[in-house]
Write a protein that binds this ligand. Structure first.
Ligand code: C2E
Ligand code: MG
Ligand code: MG
Ligand code: MG
Length: 279
């Protein structure tokens, strides 16, 4: 037991200094942003609609090369940015960048349906969000219906009513609302009653073991049924194999996203070779 303690202490110290390092780096990165330089990039991953005739959408995913060198992706540094309040300026940069990309792609005639932007709970708690989005769209000559806002169930944990109301308002302004990572929260089904979402993105945890897992297969089928009954469409996340793709198509999923249909890449890569629907 004594040895176990020593080991876990070491681990805690190691993680604390890693966290401290990342926090220092985040602070530096935000100063860079404020000075008009960006240490961040956005990559875009296609969401492939399975119905014929619909163009792909693209989700914007934050990339930070300096953190990647330490093996830290957005799943690690975004929660830190949320805790430290640094998500504010970073999220504003993401919105500016992603809307600008959408506008540039429209002007260039690049084929896409929508750009997806991830919003964290902290951003949704900001009363300025709606105004900022509208101002950014207007400045770039873009419309709300070109944008999907991805929100997670956990965004509702702290101020459920206020946040749901804010999301409803955004929906009424014409943004498409997607519930991200669906199924990983505490009360996914309850959220469906309060959140006005047009899109439900099934978390990749439920996709990973398809088609072998009967439980996951049942969960996916049930989610598709509930979503369609509510008039929402279903996107499956983390689709990596042809077998998963075939199962999801057969199960009635509306769209898929994952390595099988395209990894996140810089916008130039998609311009050179646009994502395509698969047979
Ligand atoms: P998410 O929004 O659920 O994004 C999907 C994640 O799954 C991305 O991870 C993507 O790279 C990864 N992914 C896509 N296809 C596959 C696949 O086939 N297999 C596997 N194993 N993974 C796949 P990423 O880019 O590391 O982002 C992690 C999370 O960080 C995102 O999850 C999102 O919650 C958050 N995030 C990313 N960019 C932003 C941003 O600009 N703002 C905010 N607030 N959050 C962001
Ligand atoms: Mg997302
Ligand atoms: Mg997701
Ligand atoms: Mg996810």
């Amino acid at each position: 037991a004594h040895r176990g303690y020593a080991l876990s202490d070491e681990r805690i110290v190691g993680e604390t200094s890693r966290t401290a390092t990342l926090e220092q780096m985040l602070l530096g990165a935000v100063r860079e942003l404020e000075a008009g330089r960006s240490p961040f990039l956005l990559h875009y991953q296609p969401v492939i609609h399975l119905a014929p005739g619909r163009l792909p959408s693209y989700e914007a995913l934050l990339r930070w090369p300096a953190a990647a060198e330490l093996g830290a992706g957005p799943g690690e540094f975004i929660p830190l940015a949320e805790e430290t309040g640094l998500i504010g300026p970073i999220g504003r940069w993401v919105i500016e960048q992603a809307v600008g990309q959408g506008a540039a792609w429209r002007r260039a005639g690049f084929p896409f349906e929508r750009i997806g932007i991830n919003l964290s709970a902290v951003q949704l708690a900001d009363a300025e969000l709606e105004h900022r989005l509208a101002e950014t769209l207007a400045r770039h000559g873009c419309e709300a219906r070109c944008i999907t806002l991805e929100v997670t169930e956990t965004a509702l944990v702290h101020h459920p009513e206020e946040t749901a109301e804010r999301i409803r308002t955004l929906g009424a302004r014409g943004y498409r609302i997607a519930i991200d990572d669906f199924g990983t929260g505490y009360s996914s089904l309850v959220q469906l009653r309060t959140l006005p979402a047009q899109v439900i993105k099934i978390d990749r945890a439920f996709i990973a073991n398809l088609p072998a897992s009967e439980v996951d297969a049942a969960i996916v089928r049930a989610t598709v049924q509930v979503a369609h009954t509510l008039g929402a469409e279903v996107v499956a996340e983390g689709v990596e194999t042809e077998a998963q793709y075939a199962f999801l198509r057969e199960a009635g999923c509306d769209a898929v996203q994952g390595w099988y249909t395209g990894r996140p890449q810089p916008p130039e890569a998609w311009q050179a070779s646009p994502a395509v629907a698969r047979g």
